[in-house]
Each structure stands twice: as structure tokens, then as C-alpha cells.
Design a protein around this ligand. Structure first.
Ligand code: ADP
Ligand code: MG
Length: 471
């Protein structure tokens, strides 16, 4: 933050007035600094509050209120003070985990309002609900997302003509929402006359329910069936919602038949969405289905640099490398790490360095790795069903063996990052259609049999525990 302030305030002034500033508390809405005297507080409040606010916004990524309090008791010993501040910041930031972007925070606030029936109609097309930062320009392209990115670009240029429908799936924090909104921005820019509706599937569902309850179903239908581009985020939310699925089916058909663009995202492939009707599954696959994969090291490194730049900070190369090596789960975590590092370094006046990064990343509890290895899946199911891995990968079609094999495939699909092909290969050189067949069978059985579902869930948990012990 000091670097940021230096661009606005003369250095001698900065030294006189800002050197006593320490962080007292921080949350999503407000930063409180402690100063040694009422005099300093009043001077800063009168003359430099705006700069402070701007610096906080640049560093933290979104606006927060800034408040100054007098705290003459603060420790004077430099190191102790710094450490206290680092801990204060970490405590605060960790409490907020997972970090919300200002947009997400905004979405949560307005999301609450959106569920009020009376507000639903105005929320129909909401270009303002798009995050202005989620553009193609700010999207880092790598092996993990190249195809999805290229398709999204093409749709932004030529909605309704390129790939229709377009379905992106991938785990949390891998950039689905970013790409979906980038399409909306591009269409707005290139085709200002076209109507674009962007909403989460949850909003679609809520609005549909409100329309039914309020007797405004016709208006609802008229609205969504007349847009040029319909972008629905997180359609896995359709699971177990028969009536919404039905409504979505008809909306989809109306748009598709008149060559209007439909774009969707989900955290899993269409066929993996529980209880999604077959007619929807098959329609979702008519156009293009792409998967976002976890970013590789090079992409993570580029993202770290890009996210720091977006906040007007240069991160030293070795620090960027350290973060990219350490955080390999998803882009949201990566971005969260960068924000935390910048927050801690700047609010406590420390240089961004590898030791500071180590301190920040190791003090912040990392989410439990959700991913396990294929070997771990194999060990757990082999032990559970008293079979050997050779039985499981072998040719036997004895029903309890093939069920175990299918269960292994299902658990691998849900708890590892491996593709259908890789899973098939692992379970005895089977091809991906065999894997899909296995997944479908397990899914169906889980739906029909609660006990079986409980067994599958328990095995999943056991695998996570086993994996944690190993790592
Ligand atoms: P999802 O919707 O898949 O859960 P998001 O689109 O919300 O993920 O992405 C999480 C965060 O990571 C967002 O802040 C987004 O801007 C960022 N992000 C994801 N992928 C990229 C990328 N390839 N380049 C730049 N930022 C990315
Ligand atoms: Mg999302």
C-alpha cells in the first residue's frame, strides 16, 4: 500500500504522517488503522482519507471504508508491531475465507433481494450484474482452458452461429463464471442491439417459482424466450427440480429453434447432473461441451502475475513462482493467496518476498485437498470389499466384482481430476464408454437406494482421510 500511496503523496509527508499507521482491524467492508494521537488522526482524516481509501481499494481489490482510531498503546518495537499486525491481518482475512470478491459480495447482497417476488421482473436482463473485470482481456489462457476460451470467443463474436448450445463444465474456481460473463461483455460490445440475459440457474429457478406463485408465468416465459443470448451459470442446480427442468427444457427449445444462443456452465458434465432428464442431457450435448481443467504451473504463474498487476502491484518473480508452486488447486485459491499476500505485505509495510509469502500461505489454513489419487481409490475399495486390485481390474463379470469396479470408476470421477479415458485405462484398460456406463449405473442405484448412497458417501470420506494421511 505504501507503493500505492507514494504515487499520490509526497515522500516527506508520507514519512511524517503515515509511518505511525498500523492496522487495527480489517474485514470485507472496513479497514481500521490505529494512529498514535488524536492530532495525527484528525490531520489524516482531514487531508488524506481519500488517498487512503484509494490505496486500500487498489490493494484489496475492492472499496472498503477506512477508519482511524487512536491507540497510543500500540507496540513500538518494530518487529513485534509488525508481527502483531501480520497476525491481526491473517486472523481477519482467514475469518473471511473463502475470500469473496467484491462482486460476489455484491451478488450475495442483491441475491437476497432477488428472491423477493416483487423484484424478479426488473432483474431479467442485468448487464449491471456482470462483473466488469470478467472479460476476455483479463482471462489467462493455458492448456487447461484453451478450447473453452476459443469457443467462448467465437460465441462472443457470433452468438447463435458458432456453437449452440455451449456447455462448459469444471470444478469450482476454475473460471466458468468468468468465461460466461466474458461472452456477455463481448456480445454487449460487438452487438449492442442484442439482448443478453445472464443469470445463475438458482435465479432462474427462483424467478420461475415466483412467477408461478404470482400468476405471472406468461410474462416470465415471454421474457426468457425472447432474448438473443441466454447465459445460465451453474446448471447443476437443476438437479432434483423437476418443474424447473421442464420449464428450462421449453425455454431451451424456444431459443434453440430460433437460432438464439444458449450458454451454460456446470460443475460436472451434463450426464453427471443427478436426476437431470435425459432429454435435457442430450440437448445440452447438441452443440459443444468443453471441460475446464485445473491450471498447470505455467498458467498459474501467469495468473499470479496478472492478478497482482490488476491491483497495480508487481510481484517479484521468485514470489510468483513460489505461489504458483504452492497453490495448485484452482484459480480462486490462487487469486485469494495473491490478495492475502498483498494485503499483509502492504498493510504492514513489509516488502513482498518469499519469506512473507511463506508466512502468509502457511498461516492461512489451506482447504483440505479434495483430490485423491487413483491408487488411493483402489486401496480403499479393495479393502472395503475384500478384493485384490487384480480382481478389480481383471476381466471378471461376476456381479459383485463389476459393481466394485464401477464404484471405483464413480469415486475416481468424483474425487480425482482424471479424465474418463484415464479412469478407464486404470480400471483394466477399458474405454471411456464403459466408464460412462459404470457411472450411470452407480448414479441410478444411488438414486434408488439410500443405503447404497450412504455407502458411496462413506467411501468417499474414507478416501479423503486416507489421502490426507498419506500426504
Ligand atoms: P467458477 O465459476 O468456475 O467457480 P470463477 O469464474 O468464479 O470460477 O473464477 C474464480 C476466480 O478466478 C475469478 O476471480 C476469476 O476471475 C479467476 N479466474 C479463473 N480462471 C481464470 C483465468 N484463466 N484467468 C484469469 N482469472 C481467472
Ligand atoms: Mg461460478
Amino acid at each position: 500500500m505504501r507503493a500505492d500511496l507514494e504515487t499520490r503523496i509526497r515522500r516527506d509527508k508520507l514519512d511524517t504522517w503515515f509511518k505511525h499507521l498500523t492496522l487495527a482491524s480489517l474485514n470485507d467492508k472496513e479497514v481500521v488503522f490505529a494512529v498514535p494521537s488524536g492530532f495525527v488522526r484528525d490531520f489524516l482524516t482531514r487531508n488524506h482519507l481519500a488517498e487512503l481509501r484509494r490505496a486500500v481499494q487498489n490493494v484489496g481489490g475492492h472499496a472498503r471504508a477506512v477508519r482511524l482510531i487512536v491507540n497510543p498503546m500500540r507496540p513500538t518495537d518494530g518487529d513485534a508491531a509488525r508481527r502483531a499486525s501480520v497476525e491481526a491481518v491473517l486472523d481477519k482475512i482467514t475469518e473471511e475465507a473463502p475470500p469473496l470478491t467484491s462482486y460476489e459480495a455484491e451478488q450475495r447482497r442483491t441475491g437476497e433481494k432477488r428472491s423477493e417476488p416483487s423484484r424478479a421482473p426488473e432483474n431479467f436482463i442485468k448487464p449491471t450484474s456482470l462483473n466488469p473485470a470478467y472479460t476476455f482481456e483479463s482471462y489467462v489462457v493455458g492448456v487447461c482452458n484453451r478450447l473453452s476460451h476459443a469457443a467462448a470467443l467465437a460465441i462472443g463474436e457470433n452468438p447463435g452461429r458458432a456453437y449452440n448450445p455451449f456447455f462448459i463444465h469444471g470444478g469450482v474456481g476454475l473460471g466458468k463464471t468468468h468465461l460466461l460473463q466474458a461472452i456477455c461483455h463481448a456480445v454487449h460490445r460487438r452487438h449492442p442491439g442484442k439482448q443478453v440475459a445472464y443469470l445463475s440457474c438458482e435465479e432462474f429457478t427462483n424467478q420461475f417459482i415466483n412467477a408461478v406463485q404470482g400468476g405471472k408465468l406468461d410474462a416470465f416465459r415471454e421474457r426468457y424466450r425472447s432474448v438473443d443470448v441466454l447465459v445460465v451459470d451453474d446448471v447443476q442446480f437443476l438437479a432434483n427440480k423437476d418443474r424447473t427442468q421442464d420449464e428450462f427444457f421449453h425455454t431451451f427449445n424456444a431459443l434453440y429453434n430460433s437460432h438464439r444462443q444458449v450458454v451454460m456452465s456446470s460443475d460436472c458434465a451434463p450426464f453427471e447432473i443427478p436426476t437431470l432428464e435425459e432429454r435435457l442431457v442430450s440437448r445440452f450435448k447438441w452443440g459443444l461441451v468443453t471441460q475446464l481443467e485445473a491450471p498447470c504451473y505455467e498458467t498459474r504463474y501467469a495468473i499470479v502475475q496478472r492478478k497482482a498487476k490488476a491491483r497495480n502491484v508487481e510481484i517479484p518473480d521468485e514470489v510468483a513462482r513460489y505461489i504458483a508452486e504452492t497453490i495448485d488447486t484452482n484459480v480462486r485459491e490462487l487469486e485469494g493467496a495473491v490478495v492475502k499476500l498483498l494485503g499483509v505485505a502492504t498493510l504492514t509495510g513489509r516488502q513482498i518476498s518469499v519469506p512473507v509469502a511463506q508466512e502468509v500461505l502457511s498461516s492461512v489454513p489451506r482447504p483440505r485437498p479434495r483430490r485423491v489419487t487413483l491408487d488411493c481409490v483402489m486401496n480403499v475399495i479393495a479393502r472395503e470389499f475384500s478384493l485384490s486390485p487384480r480382481d478389480i481390474t481383471g476381466k471378471s463379470r461376476v456381479s459383485h466384482i463389476s459393481l466394485t469396479r464401477q464404484l471405483g470408476m464413480y469415486l475416481s470421477r468424483h474425487h480425482t481430476d482424471h479424465s474418463l479415458e484415464e479412469i478407464g485405462r486404470f480400471f483394466g484398460n477399458r474405454d471411456h464408454t464403459t466408464v460412462i456406463y459404470g457411472l450411470t449405473k452407480i448414479k441410478k442405484r444411488m438414486q434408488e437406494d439410500r443405503n447404497f448412497q450412504a455407502v458411496v458417501e462413506r467411501l468417499g470420506q474414507r478416501m479423503l482421510a486416507a489421502q490426507q494421511q498419506m500426504s
